[in-house]
Design a protein around this ligand. Sequence first.
Ligand code: CU
Length: 171
Amino acid sequence: MHAKRKTAAVVGAALAPVLALTLPAGSADAHGYISSPPSRQAQCAAGTVSCGEIKYEPQSVEGPKGLTSCSGGNGRFAELDNDSKGWKVTPVGRTQSFQWVLTARHATSTWQYFAGGRKIAEFNDNGAQPGATVTHQVSFGGLTGKQKVLAVWNIADTANAFYACIDVNVG
Ligand SMILES: [Cu+2]
């Protein structure tokens, strides 16, 4: 009993500063997602697909730069990585506009789009502050048929990025 209590106290003391640092940043320092075509988290927020916590904060899929997952490595948003969840697939042409909705307009390094195992588009903002919405024209090149697009918003002044996956059918 005593030993357990001691362990809990030590763990609590070790976690407290971490929580103090991460909680304000995580909650107040939000964020952005792709609204059109509807990304997976946008479909959660709209109730198109039944989801957990992500439906309340589609803008919060934040993780370290360089990831390739729809959840941005967030365990509580892991369902975004599930390709079999019944996501609505949007029919698109060979070129499609993608719109981000930004609830916090973070200084931006780059916007990247990946599909078919490669990067299909990148836009460099050179640290500029974006508007409340940002639209990019993305060409799918030779890709056709069903594709899962991973869109990444790389923040200029932090180590983090925001992630959104969009299911499309290129016709
Ligand atoms: Cu943010």
